[in-house]
Design a protein around this ligand. Structure first.
Ligand code: F6R
Length: 609
């Protein structure tokens, strides 16, 4: 997973390339580079480290007459982060350079064939194989060369390509990795994602699967891999430039946490009319739903945690069995799936390789696939039978917050929609649930108003090195998300445990150096969780409880600190209790001096298995 950009036009390419790459650093940031067409030659500059390193080199060179270039920000997959492995890669002829996002799965076979022909390699990457393959096939016609090469490569690849024989042309390719074309005045751009071009244009064209784009300053032509012309679907981006910027926040993560009331409204309001759910984007007949044997939810990371919450309320509201799988496990466990199974894939990026592979596996077994996705037109959305978009806007911080919340809100609506069609839910419960969904933005705002209180609690505990999150039922699922948030951005080792399970072994780890964060929001099992809190407390742990306002009397007797969230319908409480956990992780990470938006070893969009 990497970010790529490209420029062809009349102005200096370098400022756009650097600015565009800075908007794509969320896709990878261990090295960066550019290839520029300069005085008849392709000149490569690439460096390990953050983009600033490259920017300083380019600044010092003060090049002005460069009108064609490509750039790359890398997240290493094949070969360590290093100057040599950084992109762009160039053919031995020095004529053809490219940047790549994805993985060329048959690169070893291709490399061996090229080595037999005498081609020398300098890096460990799969990408250099693509550059050398193009170089070895090239006989003067770049388009024909690209057509031949894409037919020989397997795997996922979005490429930006320049050739020194084509000073006025930028080439691009898309297969299983995202790529957009930005349309400007006397200049055009390519990028892995929209924020990279937003400062220049709102007019974009998203490349479809297996397409080649040929761009000049004044033209854009698309072709399929066989070379047939393809139509361009041009759309206008309707988010503001600000939506892709930090505004006055120190970090994207905080900005995105604070956006949650608004984005949840954006997700639910158009789909709730007069207390009735309208999911115009999908159509499930009563007959199909009645015959449905089961629902399987498949996702990774935080999106999987959304699925863990969803299992509880979908089963309750629809009376259909729900299985939940990690996407990376799903297709290697021989799942029992047929055409009476609905598979729901949840993904912010819509490009997560494991989730995409699970989707394809589910479809090959006959299942209908519904995806819940944020990025419009992404691979998962494109390949699903039905899509519900979360409309959360761009999420830049690596740690997801607003995508999680919108996924959860949308899946509440979906469960109610199905429950109603199947008559599995009574009117009273239906309306109570809908009212609680409608109230979420306001209730989340109330919690966000308490962020200073949560910051104070973070100051008390940020040096703790051992943290357990405990809860039961949906509170436990929220604990999984809270623990992941804390781990990924603060690097504190924490674990989420079902509160009742702790005593079956893990309680031996609890001592007076442990912080236990107990999520206890559910009326029916509140006393049970309180008993578990007493168990850890009597072994020396400090306890921070997250509960609803009505439970203050009992909880204050057992917890050292309490964060209260407004009372809500039980099934929607996770949307509230997760908010303090996001804020707590953020403040703990900040106090520990961590790189909050770009945590070590991570990237936003995980496009490798
Ligand atoms: C955690 C996080 C990841 C993602 C996971 C799936 O904060 O962001 O765990 O949730 O990589 O990504 P998507 O939703 O893009 O499929």
């Amino acid at each position: 997973m990497c970010g790529i950009v490209g420029y062809i036009g009349k102005s200096n390419a370098i400022p756009f390339l650097i600015q565009g790459l800075s908007k794509l650093e969320y896709r990878g940031y261990d090295s960066s580079g550019v290839a520029l067409y300069d005085n008849g030659k392709i000149k490569i500059t690439k460096k390990q480290g953050r983009l600033k390193v490259l920017e300083d080199i380019l600044d010092s060179e003060k090049k002005e007459n460069v009108h064609l270039g490509i750039g790359h920000t890398r997240w290493a997959t094949h070969g360590n982060p290093s100057d040599i492995n950084a992109h762009p890669h160039i053919s031995n002829s020095g004529k053809i350079a490219l940047v790549h996002n994805g993985i060329i799965e048959n690169y070893i076979d291709l490399k061996n064939n090229l080595i037999k022909k005498g081609v020398k390699f300098s890096s460990e990457t799969d990408t250099e194989v693509a550059a050398q393959l193009l170089g070895s096939l090239y006989e003067g016609d770049m388009f024909e060369t690209i057509k031949k090469a894409v037919g020989m490569m397997q795997g996922s690849f979005a490429f930006g390509i320049v050739c020194s024989d084509y000073p006025d042309t930028l080439f691009a390719v898309k297969k299983d990795s995202p790529l957009i074309v930005g349309i400007g005045e006397n200049e055009n751009y390519i990028a892995s994602d929209i924020p990279a071009v937003l400062s220049k244009t709102r007019k974009i064209c998203r490349l479809k699967e297996k397409q080649i784009a040929v761009l000049t300053a004044n033209s854009i032509d698309l072709f399929d891999f066989e070379g047939n012309p393809a139509e361009k679907a041009i759309t206008t981006v309707d988010w503001s430039v600000d939506a892709a910027e930090k505004n006055n926040y120190e970090h994207f993560m905080m900005k995105e946490i604070m956006e949650q009331p608004d984005v949840i409204s954006a997700t639910i309001s158009p789909r709730l009319k007069n207390h009735e759910i309208k999911l115009d984007d999908i159509s499930f007949t009563k007959e199909y739903l009645e015959n449905l044997g089961k629902i399987c939810i498949v996702a990774c990371g935080s999106a999987y945690h959304v699925g863990c919450v969803a299992k509880y309320f979908i089963e309750k509201l629809t009376k259909k069995p729900v299985e939940i799988d990690l996407a990376s496990e799903f297709r290697y466990r021989s799942p029992i799936i047929d055409n009476n199974t609905l598979v729901i894939i949840i993904s912010q990026s819509g490009e997560t390789a494991d989730s995409l592979a699970a989707l394809r596996e589910a479809k090959s077994l006959g299942a209908r696939v519904l995806s819940i996705v944020n990025v419009v037109g992404s691979s998962i959305a494109n390949e699903s039978d039905d899509v519900l978009y979360t409309w959360a806007g761009p999420e830049i911080a690596v740690a997801t917050t607003k995508a999680y919340s919108t996924q959860l809100s949308l899946i509440y609506l979906f469960a109610l929609y199905v429950g109603k069609i199947l008559n599995a839910i009574g009117d009273e419960e239906y309306h109570e649930f809908i009212e609680s969904i409608e109230a979420l933005p306001q209730k989340i705002s109330e919690i966000l108003d308490k962020k200073e209180q949560i910051e104070k609690i973070a100051k008390k505990y940020y040096q703790t090195e051992k943290i357990f999150f405990i809860g039961r039922n949906v509170d436990y699922s929220v604990c999984m998300e809270g623990s992941l948030k804390l781990k990924e951005i603060s690097y504190i080792h924490s674990e989420a445990y079902a509160a009742g399970e702790l005593k079956h072994g893990t309680i031996s780890l609890i001592d007076d150096e442990t912080l236990v964060i107990a999520v206890a929001t559910l009326d029916e099992i509140f006393d049970k969780t309180v008993s578990n809190i007493r168990e850890v407390r009597s072994r020396g742990a400090k306890v921070l409880a997250i509960t609803t306002v009505d439970k203050s009397e009992k909880i204050s007797q057992v917890a050292d600190n309490v964060i209260y969230v407004p009372k809500s319908y039980d099934s929607t409480t996770p949307s509230l209790s997760v908010i303090p956990l996001q804020l707590l992780s953020y403040h703990v990470a900040k106090l520990r001096g961590c790189d909050i938006d770009k945590p070590r070893n991570l990237a936003k969009s995980v496009t490798v298995e």
